[in-house]
Design a protein around this ligand. Structure first.
Ligand code: HEM
Ligand SMILES: *[C@@H]1O[C@H](CO)[C@@H](O)[C@H](O)[C@H]1NC(C)=O
Length: 444
């Protein structure tokens, strides 16, 4: 037993050493090379596997390859677009709940609980097909357990002495972790069995296009249903694998998107002129009346898209990426890394490098993403074969929340003194504002 602990601790120490050594790996050529060629993740990932098993996100390449192949069709544009209606409804709910809870015209409040309820609600509906309005039912067991679970994992990741199970299992929050895990697993398993029963007579071979995309039925199919149908073909997922993947969507898709939305709102409060430009675009596309958003509208929000990209560049929700080289590897710029070296890519560093983004790299300038302008390496969703599979979904969900809020309310915060914005953030895997995003809203 002692030996196992020692080994684990030793490995952790090794990663930390290399973290310090490689934290400056911000040369875009090397980073691009690593993201395309080094698909294995360093050992820190094994910790996260305790919550989500071997789901694609942290799995060893040997397992990941097959899983990614099955996930890809589930994230096709057709399926992502079919979620439009759900996201219209959820983003409208967000705007309504903000005013129901008297957050409009009443001074500053923490935006985080509202925005994270939006992303959790909408990912639950698109991933599992369940509708739980968290803000209306804050005591909902499942969402509460899911959000507790993720913050417990995040806390553990930044406290390396808690990594070995033998130590973690002795502290009180581990009990909470296992209890929450059980709630999330039990409900997910129940839903998987229900959906399998519902879908058992669907013959995928006969008519795969229509079946997969649900064109025969009015009902929009959730990710889980698509994965069950995809699983009917050889090489699909087992029940445990289904659960792992679906829970991963919750883990990978909620806090990341919430942070992106909150950071964008914060920056728009700091720069009211840019906010006015976003508002004018909304009015141009949707008109002044309350016309609900439709599928073809989204691509018209060109300025908003630049604002979101610029926000993700300056404040990437996932500021580092973790990989490792499995064999001795020569980087394009000449350094040779020995086998089994852990690599930390600093997304933050890459995004603010003056050499590639210009002397104003720290400044908030959405127009740097105009099509005719040159940019540096843009990797908030990573890149290469193991990039974020959910990035189109994420952009859609982030855009829709922002449109629903900004068309009704003006966001007010502290205006920034200069062109280089600061947000006081805390790192716990992700980079979230310490103050839970204190903002104020005024009705338009
Ligand atoms: C603004 C929001 C988001 C950001 C910034 C983001 C960012 C990332 C990053 C940096 C990675 C790691 C890639 C790597 O290691 O190279 C990742 C992976 C992943 N993301 Fe996202 N993500 C977001 C939203 C989502 C959403 C909404 C979903 C699902 C609905 C999702 C699903 C995944 C999955 C499944 C992976 C693992 C991919 C693999 O290893 O094959 N993400 N994401
Ligand atoms: C969203 O959908 C639910 C269930 O269909 C409905 O009760 C609710 O009123 C809708 N919300 C909005 C804002 O359209």
């Amino acid at each position: 037993m002692a030996k196992i602990i020692l080994n684990e601790v030793k490995n952790d120490y090794y990663i930390i050493l290399f973290t310090i050594y490689f934290i400056g790996l911000t040369n875009p050529e090397d980073v691009d090379f690593v993201l395309k060629n080094c698909l294995e993740k360093a050992d820190v990932a094994t910790l996260l596997r305790k919550a989500i098993g071997n789901a694609g996100i942290f799995a060893p390449v040997s397992i990941w390859t097959r899983r990614r192949k099955i996930l890809i069709p589930a994230f096709s544009p057709k399926i992502i677009n079919s979620f439009m209606g759900i996201l219209v409804n959820q983003s409208e709910e967000l705007a309504i709940q903000l005013s129901h809870h008297k957050m409009v015209g009443t001074g500053r409040f923490a935006a985080w609980p509202f925005i994270s309820a939006y992303t959790l609600d909408s990912v639950c509906e698109t991933a599992l097909g369940i509708r739980i309005n968290y803000l209306r039912n804050p005591d909902n067991m499942f969402l509460k357990a899911a959000s507790n679970l993720f913050s417990l994992v995040a806390d553990r990741v930044v406290q390396i002495w808690l990594w070995p199970d033998v130590i973690y299992n002795c502290i009180p929050s581990s009990t909470e972790f296992y209890e929450n895990l059980k709630i999330v697993y039990d409900l997910t398993d129940k839903i998987i069995q229900q959906k399998k029963e519902e879908l058992k007579d669907v013959d995928v071979q006969l008519d795969s296009e229509n079946v997969i995309f649900g064109q025969n039925t009015k009902k929009v199919r959730c990710f889980l249903e698509h994965l069950i149908l995809l699983s009917k073909n050889a090489g699909g997922f087992t029940d445990v694998e289904l659960r792992e993947e679906v829970i991963t969507f919750l883990l990978a898709g909620t806090d990341t998107s919430s942070i992106a939305i909150c950071n964008t709102l914060t920056l728009l409060a700091k720069y009211p002129k840019i906010q006015e430009k976003v508002y004018r675009e909304i009015v141009e596309v949707l008109g002044e009346a309350d016309r609900p958003l439709e599928k073809d509208d989204l691509k018209e929000f060109k300025y908003l898209e630049r604002v979101i990209k610029e926000t993700l560049r300056l404040f990437p929700p996932a500021p580092i990426l973790i990989r490792k080289v499995t064999e001795e590897t020569k980087m394009p710029t000449g350094v040779t890394l020995p086998a089994d070296t852990g690599i930390i890519v600093s997304v933050w560093g890459i995004s603010r490098d003056k050499k590639y983004w210009g002397p104003d790299a720290d400044c908030f300038d959405p127009d740097r993403f105009l099509p005719d302008r040159k940019t540096g390496l843009f990797i908030p969703f990573s890149s290469g074969p193991r990039n974020c599979i959910g990035y189109q979904y994420a952009l859609m969900s982030v855009k829709m929340a922002l449109i629903a809020v900004l068309r009704r309310y003006r966001v007010i915060g502290e205006e920034e003194n200069g062109p280089a914005p600061t947000i006081d953030t805390k790192f716990n895997i992700m980079m979230k504002a310490k103050d839970n995003y204190q903002l104020a809203l005024e009705a338009r």
